[in-house]
Design a binder for this molecule. Structure first.
Ligand code: ADP
Length: 347
């Protein structure tokens, strides 16, 4: 029986707690079938004894019934390296060298203001004195370039890493920086995932207290791969108060729960519009985010109103959070969110 055949069979063995398999995680190091003995060598890095036990059982369940297989030996080597030195956390997710904290900003639905929130949150965290990076992982609609008013193209350093663009004191990376004019990127699923991984790992981020990942909208394969393979410390979910957006926000919450990424909280964006006379209009319904946060038992980090200046400043490349908090309620709201996040996951 060929090692390739065995390897294919082992793709049915999932890493416990993940929907990805042990082959795609690169844990299968050797496969030999000689003199009626099949030996599979697996290397994992964990402190949890249940993980190798489960993998051992699952491998046998898949391999033992194969015809003409003979004796099956599953050798699991456990590497107990400390998380920081190995670059992997206990679940096998890779950290990014030099980056202390990774926060993913997600939404179940497009157009709810996820990129606006990511950009302003990054600015607000930087205002606290933290070193902050922002990576636009949305290959299909990159907007960080626009929101930070930069058309600069990134260069590579001598290690072939992409040097992030710096604007308003932040380090930025976006597919938008690599695209010719405004041509749409046509990248299919697996390629998109590979690009995203490359983005995250081949960028010379340097030392960062926080890296904000502006995830693509939705809860499909690309989002899942990112949160499964990168050691994300926590996630922020953006929604409007509208029921349709809330349904999708719920899906995002369950996606993070599945991969054990803590939900830091929910941000209700476009919560209302306040006219010059102080009257509030709840264009997408009132309090949907508040109720949802309570129902999901996650903190409500902020309610951000529909605010023309937030949109204008986003388009102009000068995010609203750059304004001192005392001068703009939305800037103040983002400062509060930054303080809450820094409190929950200090760098
Ligand atoms: P997403 O990343 O979820 O697709 P964007 O952040 O690109 O959403 O926002 C969609 C549009 O809505 C943009 O034009 C943005 O400027 C605008 N927008 C987002 N949040 C607000 C807000 N609170 N007030 C006014 N406009 C907003």
């Amino acid at each position: 029986m060929s090692p390739e055949f065995i390897k294919e069979a082992l793709r049915n063995v999932r890493y416990p707690g993940f929907s990805r398999d042990i082959v795609s995680f690169g844990l299968v190091k050797d496969i030999r079938h000689e003199n009626g003995v099949l030996t599979v060598k697996i290397e994992i890095q964990t402190k949890d004894p249940k993980i190798p036990e489960q993998i051992f059982k699952d491998c046998h369940a898949i391999l033992d019934p194969l015809p003409d297989i003979g004796t099956v030996k599953v050798d699991i080597e456990i590497k107990d390296a400390p998380a920081a030195a190995s670059g992997q956390d206990l679940q096998g997710k890779a950290s990014i060298p030099g980056v202390k904290r990774i926060i993913a900003v997600a939404s179940g639905k497009g157009g709810v203001g996820k990129s606006t929130v990511s950009a302003n949150l990054a600015v607000a965290l930087a205002k606290t004195g933290a070193k902050v990076g922002l990576c636009d992982c949305d290959l299909y609609g990159p907007s960080v370039a626009q929101m930070f008013g930069t058309t600069e193209r990134p260069m590579a350093n001598e290690h072939d890493e992409i040097i992030p663009i710096e604007a308003h004191g932040l380090k930025l990376m976006s597919m938008g920086f690599l695209l010719e004019d405004r041509s749409p990127v046509i990248v299919r699923g697996p390629m998109a995932t590979r690009y995203t991984q490359q983005f995250l790992r081949q960028v010379a981020w340097g030392e960062l207290d926080y890296l904000i990942l502006d995830l693509p909208p939705g809860t499909g394969d690309i989002q899942l791969t990112i949160v499964q393979t990168v050691a994300v410390d926590g996630s922020v979910i953006v929604t409007t108060p509208q029921e349709m957006a809330l349904i999708d926000a719920r899906k995002a919450v369950s996606m993070f729960a599945k991969v054990n990424v803590p939900i830091l909280g929910l941000i209700e964006n476009m919560a209302w519009f306040e006219c010059d006379h102080g009257q509030r209009y709840y264009l997408f319904g009132e309090g949907g985010g508040v109720r949802e946060a309570a129902a999901l038992n996650v903190p409500l980090l902020a309610q951000i109103p529909i605010d023309p200046q937030t949109r204008e400043r986003g388009d102009a490349g000068t995010p609203v959070a750059l304004i001192p908090a005392a001068e703009h309620p939305v800037a103040a709201a983002f400062e509060k969110v930054a303080a809450a996040l820094a409190g929950r996951i200090p760098a």
